[in-house]
Every structure is written in C-alpha cells, then in structure tokens.
Design a protein around this ligand. Structure first.
Ligand SMILES: Nc1nc2c(ncn2[C@@H]2O[C@H](COP(=O)(O)OP(=O)(O)O)[C@@H](O)[C@H]2O)c(=O)[nH]1
Ligand SMILES: [Mg+2]
Length: 239
C-alpha cells in the first residue's frame, strides 16, 4: 500500500436491486464483516418484495442509504448505478450485485487495487460455479467478443471481461461523463461498465480482481431478452 492508504470510509459500495429480499440482508451483514466503515447505497428500482424494509431496517453499524427509484421515469440497472454514483460522496466506489453472485470477500482486493492508483479495477471471472447451458455460454462469448471489437474500433480502453458488473473506480472520472453524456449510456440496460468504456475518451489505468462467479441461490435473474437486445443495439450506438 502507498502512503495515502485508502480506508473503508473512502468507499461507497453501490448495489443495484430489484426484488432481492432473500439475499440483501445477508449481503449487508457480509459487507459489514469485511469492510465495516464502508458506505453503501442500495439503488432500488421499485422492488415489490421486502427489499426496502430489510435495507432501511438493517441492524448494523454500516452506513446504508436506500436510494428509492420507484417513482423515477426511467428504470434500469445502468441508470440505477449512475444515479448512485451521482449520490455518493466518497472518492471511490465499487459496484456489486445484490444476489451474492459477487463474493463479498473480494471487496478488500478492490480497495487495495484502487489504492495503487488505478482508475478502474475490474472483476475478472476466473470460474463460473454451476452449469451454464451451452447457449448461454455461447451468447456470452459472442457478446463479449463483439463488445471488445467495438472498443478496439473506437480506440477505447478494454478489459478482460467487459460484461462484468463487479468493478470499482474513481467518482471524479465518472461524474463529468454522467453530467454531460448520460444519453450515450443505454440507461435501461445492464452493461454500465461497457457503456462507460465506450464513452470515456482517454486511456484508463486498469487492474483486475479475480473472483469466482457464484450461483444464484436466492431469487431470480432479472435478465430478459429485451436486456440482451439492448446490449447488442448499444454496440452500434454512437458515442
Ligand atoms: N435497480 C435495478 N437493479 C436491477 C435491475 N435489474 C437487475 N437488477 C439488479 O442487478 C443485479 C444483477 O441482476 P441479475 O438479474 O442477477 O443479473 P445476472 O446476474 O446477469 O443474471 C441484481 O442485484 C439485481 O437485483 C433493474 O432494472 N434495476
Ligand atoms: Mg445475478
């Protein structure tokens, strides 16, 4: 670590949620164990289950904010993350899913890597637990490849797994882009990091945190064919 060690309180963990009552309480407890001073923003798109109650009543010392997006005009994972980045006050943030597929034990490695003055620390799936059907594997591979080609053609920074939703970065890099170029993001989509890479004009200093992508043991995936279609459309969107 360098002399200006990042401490937990320099961080906000952003968790986009939609009906994650079965996992959100466990996740907050896990975060409290491994990063007790961290701030958390749960950016929720109008969950109809007990997500809101569980977050607001969380009985721990973590500083947790429930960002209620229920009445917003546009809903989506990407816009929920962007709104949370605009809301957060810390110099660094980390985005992770609320369904425990992203392991909380990896959080500290993101902190360390950002401490080494990287602009972006990207989660890198070294293994996917459980069996993905062959069509999902193929789809994911093709989608990743096409995304990487888009980034090369646009002369943008690229990363190993451009589909990841587990990443940390500096708020100061994102804020001006959100303020001036928000419409270039696919706000209702899922690939907020890919959109950012496509838009951000300069080379980023990047590092990786390897992690094992867990199975979804609670709740259901919210991914739909509309979301997949939005991603493919975004490959050709002007930025
Ligand atoms: N705020 C918000 N969160 C969402 C939305 N869709 C999914 N999420 C959350 O984003 C995370 C990843 O979604 P998930 O459905 O697990 O995607 P998968 O892991 O790719 O199947 C989870 O925490 C979801 O609750 C949405 O439209 N808005
Ligand atoms: Mg998931």
């Amino acid at each position: 670590m360098n002399s200006q060690n990042i401490i937990n309180s320099d961080f906000t963990i952003i968790i986009p949620t939609l009906n994650e009552e079965k996992s959100i309480g466990i996740l907050l407890s896990e975060i409290e164990k491994c990063a007790p001073e961290t701030k958390v923003i749960v950016s929720d798109d109008g969950s109809t289950d007990r997500t809101s109650e569980l977050v607001t009543a969380f009985d721990g010392n973590l500083d947790v904010l429930f960002l209620d997006r229920k009445k917003e005009q546009i809903h989506g994972l990407t816009i929920s993350v962007l709104d949370a980045i605009k809301t957060c006050k810390t110099p660094y943030f980390l985005v992770m899913d609320g369904d425990l597929q992203h392991p909380p034990e990896a959080i500290v490695n993101f902190y360390r890597s950002l401490d080494e003055n990287n602009d972006l620390v990207a989660g890198n799936r070294i293994k996917v637990v459980g069996k993905w059907p062959i069509h999902r594997k193929l789809m994911s591979y093709i989608a990743g490849l096409m995304g990487k080609m888009t980034l090369v053609l646009k002369k943008r920074s690229s990363i190993k797994d451009i589909m990841t939703g587990f990443f940390g970065s500096k708020r100061e890099l994102w804020e001006p882009i959100i303020d001036k170029e928000k419409e270039k993001f696919t706000l209702e989509g899922y690939k907020v990091l890919f959109d950012f890479l496509k838009i951000y004009p300069e080379k980023l200093k990047i590092s990786y945190v390897d992690y094992v992508f867990g199975t979804r043991d609670f709740g259901e995936s919210k991914i739909t064919s509309k979301i997949i279609w939005l991603y493919f459309k975004s490959l050709f969107k002007k930025s």
